[in-house]
Write a protein that binds this ligand. Structure first.
Ligand SMILES: *Cc1c(COP(=O)(O)O)cnc(C)c1O
Length: 397
């Protein structure tokens, strides 16, 4: 059976360059970077080379890079560090958005229980928030603004440089969860006035379990764990060197090929959006242009997202109804609700996220498959019958 992977926002296939870079560190170079002997020093060199690669890619200095176990850890540490710094000055208010990843939202919920005040801004129907809206939420006791670079469900790319400039001017720390953007969009932490940034290797064809927390020099980090002095004392634990080396190789490759891949994937995305937009009573989620190159997200009226996914899987199309973290629960996506989508249509959502490995032919197969499955599910749906007979009104015209 054919097998079309269109769930690259959940995770990506590792690139051959990343695998090749990792192999020597799985089979041969096994020293501990903290050891003083030659084996340790070989490992240390590889670790620092990987740090230099990540720093170059973000436009920062190597010492501003801390390796973590991934995006969730980096988000948690960034936010907890800023909160702790704020609390020391009596500033215990944080501004964020309602459509952040759970790594951010759940950290904020924990801080709220610890006495912080949290303002979660709603986003517009197109998934965008403006710097002015962020400015309006800032209070004298605000210590942190955290707004994601690009959303993992609806793909919208937020005005990060403007929000960064605003926070810098007001002297408030600015964190961005750039897990979906890193390796796909150009990022410059200096030009965009970013103080803290999280990224994750497995979202750009690197291995799972490796990530980066960038913290602008002078911003002390609060440790989440206790142990040794690795990562300049900011993240104890023996470094996951194979994964870190693989992340650096994947990042380098993603940056070198970024413009070409972006053009190719954007063309596939636009064709997919056009094709799915032909389905009656369908609605694109997120801004049509201001979005990640590979992200296509739709709501289909009268459809149950889970059934859609299972039937698509039967046709060889691997997609998602939202974020992997929420599928399996019956609650509609918090992202779609933050965009103002009513519950009944937020249930009928479909996210297809493409990579440079997808082809035009695959996109045509996806369009045919989704069109057929949506028509089939509607044909057996009592809700659809009520919509057709006028007993119930359409939400999506
Ligand atoms: C995947 C993802 C994360 C979590 O990253 P992990 O490395 O899987 O912990 C955080 N934020 C966003 C936006 C993501 O897409």
């Amino acid at each position: 059976m054919r097998h079309i992977y269109a769930d690259n926002a959940a995770t990506t296939k590792m690139s051959q360059a990343a695998i090749r870079a990792m192999l020597p560190y799985l089979d041969g170079i096994y020293g501990n970077p903290s050891s003083l002997h030659s084996a340790g020093q070989a490992a240390r060199e590889a670790l620092e080379e990987a740090r230099a690669v990540m720093a170059r890619g973000l436009g920062c200095e190597p010492r501003e890079i801390t390796f973590t176990s991934g995006g969730s850890e980096a988000d948690t540490q960034a936010i907890r560090s800023a909160a702790w710094l704020g609390a020391r000055k009596g500033k215990k208010h944080i501004v964020s958005t309602a459509f952040e990843h759970h790594a951010v939202l759940h950290t904020l919920e924990a801080l709220e229980k610890e006495g912080f005040a949290i303002t979660l801004l709603d986003v517009h129907g197109d998934g965008l928030i403006t710097a002015e809206e962020v400015a309006a939420a800032i209070r004298p006791d605000t210590c942190l603004v955290t707004v994601m670079y690009a959303n993992n469900e609806v793909g919208t790319v937020e005005p990060i440089a403007e929000i960064g400039a605003l926070c810098r001017e007001k002297g408030i720390l600015f964190h961005t969860d750039a897990v979906q953007a890193a390796g796909h969009l150009p990022i410059d932490v200096v030009k965009e006035h970013i103080d803290l940034l999280s990224l994750s290797a497995h979202k750009f064809h690197g291995p799972k379990g490796a990530g980066v927390l960038y913290a602008r020099k002078g911003i002390p980090l609060q440790n989440l764990f206790y142990g040794g002095a690795q990562e300049r004392g900011r993240r104890p634990g023996t470094e996951n060197l194979p994964a870190i080396v693989g992340m650096a190789a994947a990042f380098e490759e993603a940056l070198a090929g970024m413009e070409a891949r972006r053009a190719q994937v954007t063309a596939l995305r636009d064709r997919l959006m056009e094709g799915l937009g032909q389905i009656p009573h369908s609605l694109l989620n997120g801004h049509p242009v201001q979005r990640l190159p590979g992200n296509v997200s739709f709501c289909f009226e009268g459809i149950e997202g889970e059934s859609l996914l299972l039937l698509l899987d039967d046709k060889g199309v691997e997609a998602s109804s939202g974020s992997a973290c929420t599928s399996g629960s019956l609650d509609p996506s918090h992202v779609l609700l933050a965009l103002g989508r009513p519950h009944e249509i937020a249930h009928g959502s479909l996210r297809l996220t493409l990579s440079h490995e997808n082809t035009e032919e695959e996109v045509e197969h996806i369009i045919r498959s989704v069109t057929e499955v949506v028509a089939y599910l509607r044909s057996i749906s009592p809700v659809w019958r009520d919509l057709q007979s006028g007993k119930q009104n359409f939400v999506i015209q």
